[in-house]
Design a binder for this molecule. Structure first.
Ligand code: GLY
Ligand code: MN
Ligand code: MN
Length: 494
């Protein structure tokens, strides 16, 4: 079986295998397309919403998709799975993000709240989703509060989806103008036995920063006196296992990002800034929506700062450059690190230390399969043991926990998905299961002082891939980005 065949077999893992009963899924499947399909009929006028649709942007979305690669049916199944996980009489309240301002009228690029995105695919700010459990098998009422259509505001800011669109395209059972949040949400909250919602603890002002000033205050007062439970753990249990469609979207993000890396490794750059700008451009040109996070582009000793993001120094021949960057696509991120010589050719010492990290990285990637039965923490210990062996062989003195304190001070990996560090409440102690996506990112950072072997001083090397956990095999989602010494050097020679 080829790797591609194996991947497609693993990626076709259905949502139904994630514990939702068939009868419940069938009810959703019967219900959902009828509404979405209204927009697909040839005679229907093309309606502009607050985000791309297949009708307005067929180059971005296939029929039936709400966001790239993820259909309305999959979103409905996710809501149903969440409802199934709530106790009887439970509701989940999920506010969207708000627009955040940098200074005066200048806003930051909008980023949707990951849980809200996961459940709705709705990309507008100032919205609230409520999932009200109504039966034991995932039956629920999906309430969606959205910004109403407003000609004047839309003239300045572009189209909004509005209440009708919220029902017809996003399959809300009930949709409301968010300006009437208090009036409509209070009775739903009051009728619930338990409300699952993530409100930041401490002061009210923090709540309003989180939810948006006016609506935040409204939501907080609607919740007053009600017993609430955190929603995140339930959301993270859902999000931790990726569906086939999610895995396919993440594979695309990895492929497009990996190709951008190869293009970057094939070129000379004079500065960290030039390299960072090039990569950012290539992520987008290759099909990603943008950079998933502020990249690390660290020449020479800058790589010893794990989260170096100044990216404003000169790149020097003879140094390595460490780049931790990735594109995001369709709401999912990829996380990649490569380290390569600025000149295109490794020195003997660079090659030795690089291959030490690469050996460990490869060995850890091999363990990213369900049948290995290991957790991320256990793979971390494998990485530590591997690096210990490799570094002792290279003449390092590792006394005094030098490895964990100095040379390899971070974890070998984390879950990745709609968030870069995905599903934080899930922890790293549970054995990996098929359908999870994690990073594998061992590194070695050698301070420039006499404590360390001379020829390795000042080097920082990390190698990171985003990896899909299969039943029997890992699938490296960022496999396009080359990492063998010969392959990296060959890129420049070409
Ligand atoms: N790019 C951040 C990380 O690797 O976790
Ligand atoms: Mn990472
Ligand atoms: Mn990274």
């Amino acid at each position: 079986m080829t790797t591609a065949m194996r991947s497609s077999k693993l990626f076709t893992r259905g949502l139904l295998s994630r514990g939702l009963s068939l009868s419940c899924a069938a009810r959703i499947l019967l219900r959902t397309p009828s509404r979405s399909a209204q927009l697909s009929t040839a005679a229907a006028p093309v309606r502009k919403l607050g985000q791309p649709t297949h009708e307005t942007h067929p180059h971005l979305l296939k029929a039936g998709e709400v966001t790239p690669g993820i259909t309305a049916i999959e979103y409905a199944l996710r809501r149903s799975q969440l409802a199934a996980s709530l106790p009887e009489g439970g509701i989940a309240v999920i506010p969207s993000s708000i627009i955040k301002y940098r200074s005066g009228p200048v806003f930051y690029e909008f980023h949707q709240d990951p849980d809200f995105f996961y459940l709705t695919g709705f990309l507008e700010p100032e919205s609230v989703a409520v999932i009200e459990k109504t039966g034991p098998e995932g039956e629920h009422t999906f309430h969606l509060f959205v910004r109403g259509k407003e000609a004047h505001a839309e003239l300045w800011e572009g189209s909004r989806t509005g209440i009708e669109g919220a029902m017809e395209v996003f399959n809300a059972d009930k949709a409301y103008d968010v300006d009437h949040l208090q009036y409509h949400i209070s009775p739903i909250i009051q009728a619930a036995k338990t409300v699952y919602v993530d409100v930041p603890s401490q002061s009210q002002s923090q709540h309003t920063v989180f939810f948006g000033a006016t609506k935040g205050t409204t939501l907080i007062s609607a919740l007053e006196g009600k017993r609430t439970q955190p929603l995140k753990p339930a959301m993270h249990r859902l999000r931790i296992t990726k569906s086939g469609a999610e895995a396919t979207v993440m594979r695309k993000a990895g492929k497009m990002s990996g190709r951008a890396y190869n293009k970057a490794m094939a070129q000379d750059f004079l500065t960290e800034k030039d390299l960072a700008s090039y990569l950012e451009y290539e992520f987008k040109a290759g099909g990603c929506d943008g950079s998933a996070y502020v990249p690390v582009v660290a020449g020479g000793e800058n790589a010893l700062t794990i989260h170096y993001t100044n990216n404003n120094n000169i790149l020097r021949d003879g140094d390595l450059v460490l780049v931790d960057a990735g594109g995001h696509y369709g709401g999912y991120v990829t996380d990649i690190t490569r380290t390569w010589p600025v000149s295109g050719r490794f020195t003997a010492a660079q090659k030795d230390l690089y291959n030490a990290v690469l050996t460990v990285q490869r060995n850890c990637v091999k363990l990213c399969r369900a049948d290995a039965g290991l957790s991320l923490d256990e793979i971390h210990h494998v990485a530590e043991d591997g690096l210990r062996q490799e570094l002792l062989r290279l003449g390092f003195d590792l006394s005094g926990n030098a490895l964990g304190n100095v040379l390899f001070p971070h974890h070998v990996g984390h879950y990745v998905g709609v968030d870069l560090h995905d599903c934080g409440t899930y922890g790293r102690r549970a054995p990996l299961t098929a359908g999870q996506v994690i990073t594998v990112e061992p590194g070695v950072y050698v301070p420039n002082n006499s404590r360390w072997p001379k020829h390795f001083r000042g080097m920082g090397i990390r190698i990171e891939d985003s990896v899909y956990v299969g039943e029997e095999n890992p699938i490296v989602l960022s496999v396009e980005a080359v990492k063998e010494v010969d392959d990296i050097e060959a890129l420049r020679e070409e």
